[in-house]
Design a binder for this molecule. Structure first.
Ligand SMILES: [Zn+2]
Length: 329
């Protein structure tokens, strides 16, 4: 049996629990399969539609996690957010969803094969965030993506992988046709470092994307009006550049299909990557890594705290779907 199978089953059970809790407001769809393992096994990839169908069309936001199989904290943050939403049933966001004012579409685990195999890449050894085919201007050697062999991490692959195609389908069915002015999507990752980053396009170049002013305005609004000052906002290329970022590709597809000539686009597609810094608890307690797990487990407790701490941020990003950019200050 694959080493991460239990973990994957646990997450899938939590997804089912959310579907149950949400009742009529949540629909579970299978959107495709992962790439095949060496044994020929494929894992289903699920989409959750949350909200009334008309809100899914008119006031839509998106959530994605589990792109990298080892970054399970992102999956847990996403599931915690939805779980909390439907357990409490009292929040402003819940009421907006219930009243048909807002819809959310989610892919809780884009790379279930990576989770089951306990690795970053998909079952074919391809790093999905290097797989889009976008060529970067200049990237860090190796880490920025390479085509040598799937034996090494950060392999770009030679074709668009099944998982990447599922994200494409998600984009074409929901995000591209959405009618709201701001269509925000958060893709949750975790990485090295002590801070939580929120990145917008591009990963491939230091050139600003078309919505750079709006992203800047949004960052300012989130920091000064909504108190999310612990997040560090910026284009991804400010931290590092990579080949093949999936959001770079979708962002450009959106730009090209929506308004090739217009300078005043109606809808803006705003993909954000939340990269949760995982060194933060080590900074608080450097001895943590040497201790064995016991009944009293401060590490686990602080992990739970860290997961919960992102609820408000995700809620505020999702709520952008029913706002106008002129309301950001
Ligand atoms: Zn990642």
């Amino acid at each position: 049996m694959l080493r991460g199978m239990k973990r994957l089953n646990r997450y899938e059970n939590r997804i089912l629990k959310i579907v149950k809790l949400g009742g009529k407001l949540v629909r579970l769809k299978q959107f495709g399969f992962s790439s095949k393992t060496e044994e020929g096994f494929r894992f289903p990839i699920y989409v959750l539609e949350i909200g009334k169908p008309k809100a899914i069309k008119k006031n839509l936001s998106g959530l994605v996690a589990g792109v990298h199989g080892l970054e399970t904290i992102g999956i847990r943050v996403l599931l915690d957010f939805l779980d909390d939403l439907f357990v409490r049933k009292t929040s402003v966001l819940y009421n907006e969803i219930k009243n048909g004012e807002l819809g959310i579409v989610c892919i809780p685990i884009l790379n279930p094969g990576g989770v089951a195999m306990k690795r970053r890449s998909n079952p074919k050894g391809v790093d999905l965030m290097r797989n889009s085919g976008v060529e970067a201007v200049k990237v860090p050697f190796f880490f920025g993506g390479h085509k040598y062999s799937n034996f090494f991490p950060y392999f770009r692959g030679n074709v668009l992988q099944s998982e990447s195609r599922v994200l494409d389908r998600f984009f074409y069915e929901y995000l591209l046709p959405a009618e709201n002015e701001m269509i925000p999507v958060v893709d949750i990752h975790s990485g090295f470092g002590t801070v939580d980053h929120v990145w917008w396009p591009y990963a491939s170049t230091h050139e600003p994307c078309a919505d750079e002013p709006l992203f800047q305005k949004m960052a300012h609004h989130f920091t000064s009006s909504l108190n999310h000052y612990l997040y560090r906002f910026g284009p991804q290329s400010e931290t590092y550049t990579t080949h093949g970022d999936l959001w770079d590709r979708l962002y450009d597809l959106f730009q090209n299909s929506k308004h090739p000539n217009s300078t005043q686009p109606k809808s803006r597609f705003l993909p954000l990557t939340l990269e949760i810094g995982t060194w933060s608890d080590i900074k608080i307690d450097p001895w943590k890594i040497f201790r064995k797990r016991g009944i009293f487990n401060p590490a686990r407790e602080s992990k739970q705290k860290s997961i919960i701490s992102h609820r408000k941020f995700l809620c505020d990003v999702m709520r952008l779907a029913k706002q106008n950019s002129s309301e950001l200050s």
